[in-house]
Design a protein around this ligand. Structure first.
Ligand code: SGN
Ligand code: CA
Length: 559
């Protein structure tokens, strides 16, 4: 019954007699109906989940103990898997920073949203998912690394690092202008996030919050405490550390991200430039990177410098004492250990800080109805194939960590092996918040997988396309298809080479079997499926050429 209508009838002057008890009963019912309506609208708000999107920069899944604890313990990040779902086959569509972010924001492959590499501008006239949340009445904010030249759209509040940002005493772009904050980036980005949750947002509205770490991106600067703690630790060597890239195509052979040959002294290893300069048998340093190292140290306050100094001195001393007598193999191992000490030291701070935010949710009754995501903008090589960095379709860079918790909807302790992608995030969040997704988004909502309705999920292959070449680390342009069992890739620029990997028999991807006759049928089937995906996602050779032309124009203009 509509009690408001009833109320109108009761007070209709045309009605002759009205009993007092009846009026009282009606008023009671009206009041009851109001509070019920209020309650309903409140439930509607509280039914809308909050979204907390946590993303780190270059965080390899190999360095999260929920995946494997051979390198580090990450108890706080692991909580999300224990209390939610762990995806073991999550990947990106283009393994590099800004393109991954553009895909996440737009729900489109990079050849469609136009941000195919870190250098292309991001077209801000495009619809991004935060804008849709804002329009739907969510309160939205973003803190940390975005990596676009443009300010974010669709967020009520933001403080973002310019470009890559700095680890120590970072600058921030804010709606009110630029500012510098003294301290360590990972701690500061967390402080900003918690402060917004605690003091700035309106508790009446659901929120969509993006908490985006700069760490553990190169140059891998931990806090002084973690630097001290991790220096001297020894980590297990990856099986393919001494990979010679035989049985692979030209891309693996020409990539410039080998620890022995491409990792730089001072900048990467944190040996003082003066120490390197006085050693005859060490390759001269790259002047730009020496400057970059000196600039990091120059940003420090005297107290910060004093806190880093003992470890920096110890590294230099160790280097000076042992380097000349080391074999290439020993040098490789030395660089790998230095790399892991710094990289994992950075991750340890990320984990501590994620713990702070999860505690905040717990302490403020926000845990149950907040969908929390932990992911990275792509994977990363931690010495596998002798590499650091990313970009390749090969597993360590193609795959990315993905852990999602939402106690109201996701059962705890689920491990999921489906092929999901960063392409799917926008539609997932929109569906979770019951906001309609635009038809031209290219992903699929992960809601069936989050709510144990696998029968509504049917994807059997994903598409990948990397563009940034020629460029730093020199990974050739390539596109490809990945299924649970195989990976087929085409390196099409400065080469015309196909590679096929048998993911089950050769999980380390050491052998290209494209020309092995035993795989002829598989190759044929994958080619066909790849063409279908290129059609579905609207990619083509013409589009490849378009992006090559744009790249060349940009290079010509900058020279
Ligand atoms: C910087 C790094 C590279 C890294 C790119 C892209 N060099 O240029 O090692 O591949 O960023 O990283 S550095 O000397 O500046 O540290 S991305 O994650 O932003 O795409
Ligand atoms: Ca990155």
């Amino acid at each position: 019954m509509d009690y408001n209508l009833y109320l109108l009838q009761i007070f209709d002057p045309s009605m002759k007699t009205i009993s007092k008890p009846l009026v009282a009963a009606c008023i009671f019912l009206v009041l009851l109906s109001c509070t019920q309506k209020e309650k309903e609208s409140q439930t509607l708000i509280s039914e809308k989940p909050n979204i907390l999107f946590i993303m780190s920069d270059d965080h390899a899944y190999q360095a999260i103990s929920a995946y494997s604890d051979h390198l580090i313990q990450t108890p706080h990040i692991d909580r999300l898997a224990k209390e939610g779902i762990l995806f073991t086959n999550a990947s990106v569509t283009n393994s590099i920073c800004a393109p991954s972010r553009a895909t996440i924001l737009t729900g489109k492959h990079t050849h469609i949203n136009g941000k195919v590499d870190n250098l292309m501008p991001f077209d801000t006239t495009q619809v991004t998912f935060p804008q849709l949340f804002q329009k739907a009445g969510y309160e939205t904010a973003m803190f940390g690394k975005l990596h676009f030249g443009n300010n974010p759209k669709g967020v009520d509040d933001f403080m973002i690092l310019p470009g890559q940002g700095s680890y120590i005493n970072p600058d921030f772009i804010t709606p009110k202008g630029d500012t510098t904050i003294t301290g360590y980036a990972t701690d500061i980005i967390t402080d900003l996030t918690i402060n917004w949750l605690d003091k700035k947002r309106s508790p009446e509205k659901p929120f969509m919050l993006m908490y985006l770490h700069k760490a553990p991106h190169r140059p891998w600067w931990p806090t002084p405490e973690k630097f001290q703690e991790f220096y001297g630790k020894e980590f297990p060597l990856p099986a393919s550390l001494f990979d010679d890239y035989s049985n692979r195509g030209p891309a693996a052979k020409t990539a410039e991200m080998n620890l022995l040959t491409h990792m730089k002294y001072s900048y990467d290893t944190k040996v003082w430039p003066e120490t390197v300069a006085k050693m005859d048998n060490v390759l001269p340093e790259v002047p730009d990177l020496v400057n970059a190292f000196n600039n990091i140290v120059a940003r420090m306050t005297d107290a910060q410098k004093a806190a880093y100094q003992p470890v920096l001195d110890s590294i230099s001393k160790d280097f000076e004492t042992h380097w000349s007598s080391m074999s290439d193999q020993e040098k490789m191992i030395w660089k790998y250990q230095r790399y892991m000490q710094d990289y994992l030291g950075c991750i340890s701070s990320v984990d501590d800080n994620v713990g702070r935010v999860l505690d905040y949710l717990d302490e403020n009754g926000l845990t149950e109805n907040t969908l929390v995501v932990y992911t990275s903008d792509q994977g990363f090589y931690l010495g596998e194939h002798g590499w650091f960095d990313k970009r390749f379709i090969y597993d360590e860079s193609f795959k990315t960590p993905l852990l999602i918790r939402w106690p109201n909807k996701i059962k705890p302790g689920i491990t999921n092996t489906e092929m999901v992608q960063n392409l799917d995030f926008a539609q997932t969040f929109l569906e979770a918040a019951q906001i309609e997704a635009p038809d031209d988004m290219q992903g699929e909502s992960l809601m069936p997988l989050l709510t144990s309705q696998e029968q509504n999920w049917s994807r059997d292959a994903v598409y990948y396309h990397y563009y940034e070449y020629p460029a730093e680390h020199q990974v050739m342009r390539h596109y490809g298809i990945v299924t649970t069992d195989f990976k087929l890739a085409h390196f099409y620029y400065d080469a015309d080479v196909w590679e096929l990997y048998d993911r089950k028999k050769d999980p380390q991807e050491m052998k290209n079997v494209y020309n092995n006759p035993a795989y002829a049928d598989i190759v044929k089937g994958l080619h066909q499926k790849l063409e279908e995906l290129r059609l579905l996602y609207k990619d083509s050779d013409e589009l490849n050429q378009h992006y090559i032309d744009l790249h060349n124009e940009r290079r010509a203009a900058s020279h």
